[in-house]
Design a protein around this ligand. Structure first.
Ligand code: FPP
Length: 254
């Protein structure tokens, strides 16, 4: 009931829903700490939020939802916490893939998956396989993802293509680079329209550095485990108040 009341206050413009939303899910540790719980309890609750927000985004008509689940820097965390974070995708996909299929949501992953534990790799591959025929929203997990690593590897791949004569240096333009990055498979939706970061932190943390060139950023103090459909609607509403000019002028100023 409360849920219904809160969402009904905000009316979204149906023709201006961001196609691609990317979220830096932050604040799990603090959420747990505030309750006197171990940090991993925050990650567990954060996983429940992923379920709710994925369905809410799909219901809104979002085409791609990219979630920053584990960065290349997160390996620096205590071994037990890393171990827990590696098991989360296994639990998540084991319990949630049927709901994703029911909602026509397709799972994808960006990041260095080969370096993940075997069980995590298997869970990810199985989820991708089981949702491969879904044609609705793409739920894109950034797992063992770092944007500088992504760009470095892409530069190496392109350099090899040039040195082996597959392409010429002059063939390299912005579009070619976009297609060569890990998000290239998303085609016209590769760049996020809206980037959300939770928990009051306002930084990009090595996330989609090339792709966010013209994204709108919205920050909320809400900790990720407390984020819900209503918070998502608020963030999209804020996005809808923005005037995106992509470096140009307003139509009225032309
Ligand atoms: C940041 O909070 C959160 C993470 C590093 C992990 C995010 C993972 C999830 C939300 C669950 C992912 C679920 C699946 C299905 C892969 P933090 O620990 O840095 O919080 P703090 O800043 O309060 O310490």
């Amino acid at each position: 009931m409360a849920d219904k009341e809160a969402t009904s206050i905000i009316e979204l413009e149906p023709n201006n829903i961001p196609n691609h939303i990317a979220i830096i899910m932050d604040g799990n540790g603090r959420w747990a700490q505030h309750r006197g719980l171990p940090r991993v309890a925050g990650h567990k609750e954060g996983m429940q939020t992923v379920k709710k927000v994925a369905i809410a985004a799909s219901d809104l008509g979002v085409k791609v939802l990219t979630l920053y689940a584990f960065s290349t820097e997160n390996w620096k965390r205590p071994k037990d916490e890393v171990g827990f974070l590696m098991k989360l995708p296994v639990t998540f996909f084991n319990t949630f893939v049927p709901d994703l299929v029911k909602n026509n949501v397709k799972v994808q992953v960006i990041g260095d998956v080969d370096e993940l534990p075997k069980a995590t790799q298997k869970a990810v591959m199985d989820a991708k396989k089981r949702t491969e025929d879904c044609t609705g929203m793409v739920l894109n997990f950034a797992l063992n993802y770092g944007s500088r690593l992504e760009i470095t590897e892409t530069v190496k791949t392109i350099a090899k293509q040039v040195s082996s004569g597959i392409i010429k240096t002059d063939d390299i333009d912005e579009q070619f680079i976009s297609k060569s990055l890990l998000t290239g498979f998303l085609g016209k939706y590769a760049d996020p329209d809206l980037v959300i970061r939770t928990s009051g932190e306002e930084r990009i943390s090595n996330f989609l550095l090339w792709q966010v060139a013209y994204s709108e950023f919205v920050f909320t103090d809400t900790l990720w485990p407390d984020f819900d459909k209503n918070t998502l609607v608020e963030m999209v509403h804020e996005y809808q108040t923005r005037n995106r000019r992509f470096g140009g002028l307003n139509k009225t100023n032309k």
